[in-house]
Design a binder for this molecule. Structure first.
Ligand SMILES: *[C@@H]1O[C@H](CO)[C@@H](O)[C@H](O)[C@H]1NC(C)=O
Ligand SMILES: *[C@@H]1O[C@H](CO)[C@@H](O)[C@H](O)[C@H]1NC(C)=O
Ligand SMILES: *[C@@H]1O[C@H](CO)[C@@H](O)[C@H](O)[C@H]1NC(C)=O
Ligand SMILES: *[C@@H]1O[C@H](CO)[C@@H](O)[C@H](O)[C@H]1NC(C)=O
Length: 203
């Protein structure tokens, strides 16, 4: 079989496509830091004050306050970020993954039940008290739940990426337009049940 130049290019094109679309880690940078304008940078560029109001002992809903590259541009290239998680009594952070980073969570207030599932579908769960730390391995499905119905909970999470990414399992499966028949067959149920779940998620 004759090999033409487009056949030789194909693997290269594929490698480029994979590396630009699915890179699941932060790239190393060849400068000390990345700024939009190096001649205008000062200490305030490396300072973020957006978490200062985080301590809310009575959150109404589960809320996340992020300090990632989008909120804090100096994190670009530094492979780190934070999020503050606030849980009302009985609040839940539904199953989700962060495709680009492990998450290191520490409980600041209340108690939290946390867990993740590995690629063999084994659940690792734990109940954490104030000061306890838990690591969610990179890319694995995980959740947090404040089982206490009287007391709110606050946790801080660090990520090994400036842009860890978030893929919510309920939203990505049930609110993105995947055919109801596909979902009904996949979940071994019927279309009305799928539609009920979609309705509850505000689709
Ligand atoms: C960068 O900042 C300097 C100092 O403030 C300013 O003179 C210059 O115009 C800026 N350049 C750009 C491209 O914004
Ligand atoms: C909080 O949750 C309640 C019901 O659970 C909802 O009506 C309300 O809109 C939510 N508030 C915010 C800010 O999301
Ligand atoms: C782990 O989850 C199970 C339910 O699946 C629950 O009964 C158990 O109490 C949890 N363990 C911890 C330590 O939270
Ligand atoms: C929450 O408070 C109610 C009464 O207000 C009490 O019966 C219940 O045991 C409390 N639950 C927890 C987890 O503290």
């Amino acid at each position: 079989m004759a090999i033409n130049s487009s056949m030789l290019l194909l693997p290269i094109v594929l490698i480029l496509a994979i590396s630009t679309t699915t890179q699941a880690y932060d790239p190393d940078i060849l400068t000390d830091f990345i700024t939009p304008n190096a001649s205008a940078v000062d200490a305030s560029f490396f300072t973020y004050t957006g978490l200062s109001g985080f301590y809310n002992p009575n959150p109404k809903n589960f809320t996340v306050i992020k300090a990632s590259m989008a909120e804090f541009p100096a994190l670009n290239g530094q492979s780190v970020s934070y999020a503050v998680l606030q849980f009302p009594p009985a609040g839940v952070n539904p199953p989700h993954t962060h495709p680009r980073a492990a998450e290191l969570l520490v409980v600041m207030l209340g108690t939290l039940e946390v867990g993740f599932v590995d690629t063999t579908n084994v659940l690792y769960n734990q109940t954490l008290q104030v000061g306890d730390m838990f690591v969610f391995p990179k890319g694995l499905v995980h959740f947090q739940y404040n089982r206490n119905h009287n007391q709110s909970a606050i946790a801080i999470s660090a990520f090994g990426s400036a842009n860890a990414g978030l893929l919510s399992v309920p939203k990505s499966v049930f609110t993105t337009g995947i055919d109801d028949n596909v979902l009904a067959m996949s979940f071994k149920t019927d279309v009305p049940t799928v539609q009920k779940i979609e309705l509850g998620l505000g689709k």
